[in-house]
Design a protein around this ligand. Structure first.
Ligand SMILES: C[S@@+](CC[C@H](N)C(=O)[O-])C[C@H]1O[C@@H](n2cnc3c(N)ncnc32)[C@H](O)[C@@H]1O
Ligand code: SF4
Length: 417
């Protein structure tokens, strides 16, 4: 599998050089050179651990959670206090884990962020279905949250039991969402589960809209090597049919495709912490993507807090990009939105997209993977499937490998991908 990603990397970066992450970091992150910056904060606590979930998280413990939030606030100060002016950022997203478990500290975290940044497009948070009640939603609203994303996974008992998740009471969710409104109400589903048919997924989407969602995320199930899950995903053809059928359903019902996995029925609803040119991440396992580097914080909570106590950044690994590597990174994450604007590429790199990747774009057009309107390249249905297919390889050969190592070792010497 990694042969495909290695060959693609060599072809597109025109180099044999692997992506090399080293145990080093900059004391002062060069954020001033970054436009279109987004923020991400990771809260790694859950009430129960789902065996399919790859994210950095541990069982909730009140004392540990409080110590962690103290350290998190210090990390924000450590990274930002050397910058003179307040900087505009598009958004702030809280992910996890289950970030509401630190709900009593959200206002404090947001107020620390507001000391350094002006957020222009709202604040989002991931929720577990059990968090969706009047009291919690009101608390979030009061803290300034404008977008919520609820991890439903499935409303169907069969798939809930495959994933080991509890039943979701749709009427309770609907009633809570009716009373407290947010700009974006997104619901996450995992699809391509064993035996899953288009009708099952369509029913999930219809129930989500009935309950109050205006934005839907459908993620294909990924079987990470280090999780304890024994669920096997559908095969390639079955997955493609399911993805094509549900995309067609969204098209027929006039949904807007806002990214490869997300669809909304309201043009103002959006939820994505990924499709940013640059982002700053705080907390365990959080990543930071800047103009010339990408860095990852340690996955270990105790090591994270210790580093902060020593007044050092909790960065575990940093990669300093060659220009071609950064271009690949930019293209990969921009293509996640299913569109690439050639003008944006030129603005970011000072050279035209066609000059660097003219042949590849021509090939992609010949194979029916993309179309071009004005200066915007857009993925076709076939293109979106193959992007997904390639992303799956990328996830299993890059992210899976990196996360497996980082779960075991808080500060590995280096990782070559
Ligand atoms: C951090 S969780 C969401 C919030 C909350 N903790 C919950 O479980 O409801 C983020 C999302 O990642 C997706 N996810 C988790 N594990 C996955 C896997 N193995 N394959 C595909 N998607 C996955 C799920 O849809 C999940 O809602
Ligand atoms: S899916 Fe959500 S609740 Fe389950 S372990 Fe992952 S982060 Fe926690």
């Amino acid at each position: 599998m990694s042969v495909i990603t290695t060959l693609t990397r060599m072809w597109l970066t025109k180099s044999f050089k692997p992506f090399t992450f080293k145990n080093e970091y900059d004391e002062n992150l060069p954020i001033d050179e970054c436009e279109n910056l987004g923020l991400y904060i990771h809260i790694p606590f859950c009430k129960n651990i789902c065996n399919f979930c790859p994210y950095c998280k541990v069982l909730y413990n009140e004392e540990l959670c409080n110590d962690y939030v103290d350290a998190l606030i210090q990390e924000i100060h450590l990274v930002c206090s050397s910058y003179k002016d307040k900087k505009n950022v598009t958004s702030l997203y809280f992910g996890g884990g289950t970030p509401v478990l630190a709900g009593n500290r959200l206002k404090e975290i947001i107020s620390t962020i507001n000391d350094y940044f002006t957020i222009t497009e709202g604040i989002g948070i991931e929720l577990h279905p059990e968090n969706v009640n009047n009291e919690t939603l009101n608390m979030l609203k009061e803290a300034g949250i404008t977008k919520i994303s609820i991890g439903i996974q499935s409303f169907n008992k069969k798939y809930q039991s495959i994933l080991g998740r509890n039943e979701v009471n749709i009427e309770d969710i609907k009633s809570a969402l009716n009373k407290v409104s947010f700009d974006t109400v997104s619901m996450d589903f995992i699809f391509a589960l064993p035996g899953q048919k288009f009708e099952d997924l369509k029913e999930d989407v219809e129930k989500a809209v009935y309950a109050g969602a205006n934005h839907i995320a459908i993620y294909p199930f990924i079987d990470f090597t280090f999780t304890n899950s024994n669920v096997k995903s559908l095969n390639k053809d079955e997955k493609r049919k399911l993805l094509d059928d549900i995309t067609e359903y969204f098209n027929e019902n006039k949904y807007i495709r806002s990214s490869i996995w997300t669809f909304s029925n309201n043009k103002n609803a959006s939820y994505s912490s990924m499709t940013r040119d640059n982002f700053l991440g705080f907390g365990c396992s959080a990543t930071t993507l800047l103009k010339k580097q990408f860095k990852i914080n340690t996955f270990d909570i105790k090591s994270y807090c210790k580093r902060i106590e020593e007044k050092k950044l909790p960065t575990s690994l940093t990669i300093r990009f060659t220009k071609r590597q950064r271009m690949i990174y930019w293209l990969f994450w921009t293509a996640y939105s299913t569109k690439v604007n050639a003008d944006d590429f030129k603005n970011f790199f000072g050279v035209s997209l066609e000059k660097i990747y003219g042949f590849e774009l021509w090939l992609a057009k010949i194979f029916g993977l993309i179309t071009r309107k004005n200066n915007i390249y857009e993925m076709t249905l076939k293109g979106a499937f193959y992007y997904h297919y390639y992303e799956n390889f990328y996830t299993l050969s890059y992210i899976d490998k990196m996360w497996s190592i980082m779960r075991e070792n808080p500060f590995p010497k280096d990782i070559k991908l």
